[in-house]
Design a protein around this ligand. Structure first.
Ligand code: HEM
Ligand SMILES: *[C@@H]1O[C@H](CO)[C@@H](O)[C@H](O)[C@H]1NC(C)=O
Ligand SMILES: *[C@@H]1O[C@H](CO)[C@@H](O)[C@H](O)[C@H]1NC(C)=O
Length: 594
């Protein structure tokens, strides 16, 4: 845990599992009403895009062509509203002209009452038809929100007002021309680092590594809550070039959580309350609930602080701080104010805590136990037990064919035990990530797929072996031998690939690149041993042939040569096992040190 990069890596965010940051797919129904992209930035003023309409008057049932155009933009949301009540429901419904770039949304239960983008590709013009409904109000105005980039957007760009022919002329209600833009509360700069000296005394602190000091250690991840009558001062600090965040959660899972982000933007920090809906990108909320916001960037450490009332009656998504929660701490990369998911587990407190109750100083875990056990058991199975078992069966039949144990040749007994152990360990280890993820590991690349292949083979192999044809049926036995060998070899080769891929998964984040060298070293060690034993076996068979030719007393010489061969093989096996176990220990200790 000494390596700060590594610590940082370990804090990256699971919260943000989905990549639908700012909804590139345009399914923005959450924004139907306010027409605000939930990105957490102030909208731009002075629109540069415009909406034009094909006719200025309409009757119920008319189709009016609406065009949104301007400099290239990535996303948009278009609605029609009663011009006299622009904050009301959307009116009427749209039909698409180009469904490649636009799609219909159902807002306020009216199908097609809004149009949005289908992808973040750049566009300069969108055309759609709007159909006036039968009970249409006298005056209609189209409103568009246009997103140029994540941080740059315009909200509620108005169109010209269109009216029914016999309606009274439209008079602008006061609030319509300039939609009121929310103004962010002031943010100040911190002059010095947070202090851990009051942890457990006045401050409720969560730290990783446990009891680290944010003033002295750049790698220290620190979150503190200081109660002050009816409010709580929150301080968060950590080694981050991107963002830091914490979330209050009722359970150990993501979803329906109250989260706070500190996102670095060039040389400033944006402090942002948000809430999590499932494992998707956090939805940014209003900053009005936070006071005394401040931040500091120094020496690769990001710090931010704010004050929040313990209870915020009438405010959605902000939890009361007088109750116990699990607390998640995470961080990751951010570009242009947008945060990126890292599907690594954040730090989670071991139990629920009420941060306003009494000051404590605690740590947490990345709750990696299941994944650690998964990796460790798979290593034991696919580095050690399977390979030793295979070597025994391939090269040690003649060595131990006459020694018996429980009625069977020793090589066979040991082979069987090792192979069954391999299958059993694989079965146990296999279910652990499923428990951890509560389902299929998306975002884990080929590892789970190939892993399932290995699992299948690891179950089929012993089943097939149990029903092997008897020795006195040589042709069928031959087929069995061949199948058994090729399935086993395939399983071992795929397993090595799976281990290579598994080690790189951010879920565990083993130290790079040492683990890769170690795995290459192990493969070389194993293949080298097999080659040596193979050459040795080949030479032995050659010798026997030579003697055969010269017609020396075959039987006797053979046994002498074989005895020598056996000693050699046993020596190789001993050395191999020592090396194999050393590699296993390297991998297990890497997992243990996470
Ligand atoms: C041959 C041995 C292995 C097999 C058969 C295997 C199989 C699997 C399977 C099927 C999954 C997906 C489970 C799910 O969808 O929830 C999985 C997930 C995982 N495996 Fe393995 N695995 C093996 C070795 C390893 C090793 C050696 C490591 C690391 C040291 C590892 C690390 C992981 C991690 C971190 C995940 C979770 C991915 C995530 O959801 O973040 N695996 N493995
Ligand atoms: C916090 O509570 C105080 C009174 O206790 C109130 O004046 C203030 O407006 C509250 N702040 C917020 C953001 O609700
Ligand atoms: C937290 O405070 C609010 C307002 O004072 C109160 O209604 C609520 O019952 C409190 N919750 C707990 C668990 O004490």
């Amino acid at each position: 845990m000494a390596d700060p990069e590594f610590t940082l890596g370990a804090f990256t965010l699971l919260l943000l599992i989905s990549s639908v940051a700012n909804y590139p797919n345009g399914k923005v129904t959450e924004s139907c009403h306010g027409m605000m992209p939930l990105h957490g930035y102030d909208p731009q003023s002075g629109p540069v895009h415009s909406i034009s309409v094909s006719q200025m008057t309409f009757r119920p049932g008319d189709q009016i062509q609406v065009t949104l155009s301007g400099p290239p933009f990535k996303g948009f949301l278009l609605e029609a509203r009663n011009a006299e009540d622009l904050n009301g429901h959307p009116v009427g419904s749209f039909t698409l002209i180009d469904s490649q770039v636009s799609q219909l949304l159902t807002c306020e239960d009216i199908q097609g009452s809004a149009v949005s983008h289908t992808s973040p590709s750049k566009k300069t013009e969108i055309k759609v038809y709007w159909k006036a409904p039968s009970g249409a109000p006298n005056h209609i105005q189209f409103l568009a929100t246009v997103v140029e980039k994540y941080k740059i957007y315009w909200v509620k760009i108005p169109s010209p007002v269109i009216s029914q022919p016999n309606a009274l002329p439209f008079t602008t209600p006061p609030a319509t021309t300039a939609p009121s833009l929310p103004v962010s509360p002031p943010v100040s700069r911190l002059t010095k680092s947070f202090s851990a000296s009051d942890c457990g005394n006045k401050k409720f602190c969560i730290r990783s590594p446990l009891n680290c000091d944010p003033e002295k250690e750049a790698g220290c991840v620190f979150l503190s809550f200081t109660r002050d009558d009816q409010s709580v001062m929150v301080e968060m600090s950590g080694p981050s070039k991107g963002y830091l965040s914490f979330a209050l959660s009722h359970d150990r899972w993501m979803g329906d959580d109250d989260a706070y982000l500190c996102v670095r933007e060039d040389q400033t920090v944006n402090i942002q309350p948000s809430h999590l809906t499932g494992r998707s990108h956090p939805v940014m909320d209003s900053k009005d609930t936070l006071e005394d916001m401040a931040w500091r960037l120094a020496d690769g450490v990001m710090q931010c602080s704010f004050r929040r009332n313990i209870t915020l009656p009438g405010v959605e998504n902000r939890f009361d701080l007088n109750t116990s929660y699990y607390i998640f701490l995470a961080g990751g990369v951010a570009h242009g104010g947008r945060i990126y998911k890292h599907f690594e587990q954040p730090l989670i407190t071991y139990e629920k805590h009420d941060v306003t109750d009494h000051a404590q100083s605690i740590g947490g875990s990345h709750s990696l136990l299941l994944l650690k056990a998964h990796g460790a058991l798979m290593f034991v199975a696919w580095i050690t037990t399977v390979n030793v078992g295979v070597l025994l069966a391939r090269f040690f039949k003649p060595v131990w064919s006459k020694t018996f144990f429980l009625g069977e040749a020793v090589w066979f007994q040991v082979h069987r035990i090792l192979m069954l152990t391999t299958s059993a360990l694989t079965c146990v280890a296999f279910v652990l990530p499923f428990i951890y993820r509560g389902g299929w590991s998306r975002h884990a690349g080929f590892h789970p797929y190939l892993g399932c292949t290995v699992m299948t083979l690891a179950i089929l192999q012993p089943l097939l072996a149990a029903f092997r044809p008897p020795l006195h049926d040589p042709s069928r036995r031959q087929v069995f031998n061949w199948t058994h060998w090729s399935m086993g070899t395939a399983a071992r080769i795929i397993a090595v690939t799976v281990m290579f891929l598994g080690m790189d998964l951010p879920g565990l984040n083993l130290p790079h690149p040492r683990k890769t060298y170690a795995m290459i070293g192990f493969v070389a060690w194993h293949v080298g041993t097999e080659i040596i034993l193979e050459i040795h076996a080949y030479q032995l068979s050659r010798k026997v042939e030579v003697w055969d030719d010269v017609r020396i007393q075959i039987l006797q010489s053979c046994t002498v040569a074989e005895a020598e061969g056996h000693t050699f093989k046993k020596a190789v096996l001993t050395i191999y096992v020592c090396g194999n176990v050393t590699f296993l220990i390297i991998f297990l200790s890497a997992i243990n040190h996470l």
